[in-house]
Design a binder for this molecule. Structure first.
Ligand SMILES: Cc1ncc(COP(=O)(O)O)c(C=O)c1O
Length: 498
């Protein structure tokens, strides 16, 4: 028998007094961290060996320590040795500044710890996820009755769409028989994010099943080439099943002609999936209605609240026009599950909708932020980010030593071009790569890169509610200063110009 007294000795449980004291300390520490964020370097750029030394190389602890000590140490380690994507001068890749309410939401979700795989294990959490998904379908202007689920991020959200498509468009029992030697093909632009390769590989098609379609001068899928390729494959006995349109490409933020893709999918009876992991939230802006025309005709959409809805990692979601396509693709009902509930008042069991079985409560932080900002608050933040990217493009365009390359949604690209090296593309590519590495390790700002029509560019993706115009002005100054130093230290060699 285990007595109540022995439970008190439990090494992991915390009483209310201790939890409140330690928790309060942590909240104070987080509040001052957020307050001091703009004064900190964006990253400390320490090498793995330095971080390992700081962390120490002790083995598995044999005896426990106090929660208070652990919480303080963990917070200090992270506050002193991290890259801060919530910093106003962070614009790398596509990772947003995270909502403070989201941090609190994650804590609440972890405290209640509902398993949102099945309704019976998570009644309120399941319904909050369902409501959040419904709000997101409204956000994107999808038809009533659209559905979906939360996943960890963009890759997983696209995988769910891919698997729903594979099942819906196979005219045999693919879940039982597999591909059976058939050549199922998927079409997407050459600018599509690398998730498509993982999906084709992992889900049995092989990467040769991807038809990479050329892009036009606006970095959109070339619709004419797309149609010709599909016709060619149909004529040679292959099995086209899906077209992926991108709404906000990872390199430039370009949005494909979604309505033209929808038309082609209708003509050839193909699944229309949109990778809107980054860009889909901009569809909320009335002034971008034309850009996103056709989005609401997609059979499935991947969109990441941890990108442009500013949710803390992780939060992605797949939205579908018909939930049946998810259960068709994912449902199994083993005898040891008693989740069916009352047929008169049917429950949503999310394990039936996707790849996961046990599921955390990712929706809560998104639900809270949607309530805190409302549609109008989000419109304002997303519009600001686009406005800032436009300003950055203009600032780069005005500065003689910079070449502004592209701007779409909240991504702007540009490069450093010293006057005497104009046209020397090999040199410029190497110079800008060195410049990016210098900027990334310098800690004053954080950009990433894009290669556009063979040009190595510096790329800023602004999904950051802390960034101001002054931050971008200082970015331009820093890039030019660093560019001059690096060009001075790096005179072109013979091979650079080849
Ligand atoms: C367009 C697009 N799709 C998918 C992804 C993958 O998202 P995640 O990193 O959340 O898996 C990204 C990531 O940047 C992206 O930009």
């Amino acid at each position: 028998m285990i007595s109540k007294e022995e439970h008190k000795e439990n090494p992991l449980d915390m009483g209310a007094v201790e939890f409140t004291a330690v928790g309060k300390q942590l909240i104070y520490k987080i509040a001052s961290f957020l307050n001091e964020l703009p004064q900190k370097p964006v990253t400390t750029s320490e090498q793995p060996s330095a971080i390992r030394t700081i962390l120490g190389s002790g083995g598995l602890p044999l005896y426990g320590e106090s929660a208070d000590k652990i919480i303080h140490e963990a917070a200090d380690l992270l506050f002193d040795h991290s890259l801060f994507n919530g910093h106003p001068k962070f614009w790398g890749y596509i990772t947003s500044s995270a909502t403070p309410i989201g941090a609190l939401g994650d804590m609440l979700a972890a405290a209640v710890n509902p398993n949102v795989g099945a309704y019976i294990l998570s009644p309120m959490a399941t319904e909050i996820e369902r409501q959040t998904i419904q709000w997101l379908t409204e956000f994107l202007g999808m038809s009533k009755g659209s559905s979906g689920l939360f996943v960890s991020g963009g890759n997983m959200a696209n995988f769910v769409g891919f698997l729903a498509a594979r099942k819906a468009k196979a005219n045999w029992d693919i879940r039982k028989e597999g591909l059976g030697g058939r050549k199922m093909l998927v079409y997407c632009s050459k600018g599509t994010h690398t998730w498509i390769q993982k999906a084709a590989d992992l889900f049995g098609l092989g990467t040769d099943a991807i038809r990479w379609i050329d892009m036009n001068k606006d970095q959109q899928i070339d619709i004419k080439v797309l149609r010709t390729e599909i016709e060619k494959d149909l004529n040679n006995g292959s099995y086209p099943f899906m077209v992926v349109g991108t709404a906000g490409s990872v390199s430039t933020g370009s949005v494909d002609d979604l309505s033209a893709i929808a038309e082609i999918c209708k003509t050839f009876n193909l699944w229309f999936h949109v990778d809107g992991a980054y860009g889909a939230p901009a569809a909320v802006l009335p002034e971008l209605a034309q850009t996103f025309r056709g989005l609401n005709e997609a059979d499935s959409i991947a969109m990441d609240p941890h990108k442009w809805l500013y949710a803390p990692l992780e939060a992605g979601c797949t939205l579908v026009r018909d939930a049946r396509h998810l259960t068709d693709a994912f449902s199994f009902h083993p005898v040891y599950y008693n989740f069916d509930g009352d047929p008169e008042d049917p429950a949503v069991n999310y394990y039936d909708y996707g790849l996961q079985n046990s599921r955390g409560f990712r929706a809560l932080k998104v639900w809270m932020a949607l309530r805190q900002a409302g549609r109008h608050g989000y419109e304002k933040m997303i519009r600001n980010d686009i406005e800032l990217a436009t300003q950055l493009y203009q600032l780069a365009d005005k500065q003689e030593e910079l070449e502004a390359i592209s701007q779409s949604l909240s991504i702007a690209t540009f490069r450093y071009v010293p006057a005497e090296r104009r046209g020397d593309e090999n040199y410029l590519n190497k110079l800008n790569e060195k410049l990016l590495n210098e900027l990334q390790s310098g800690g004053k700002v954080f950009l990433s890169n894009a290669v556009i029509d063979g040009k190595y560019c510096l790329r800023a993706c602004i999904v950051n509610f802390r960034t101001t115009t002054e931050d971008l002005e200082s970015l331009i100054r820093i890039v030019v200063e660093e560019g001059r130093i690096i060009a001075g230290n790096y005179p072109p060699t013979k091979t650079d110009s080849q």
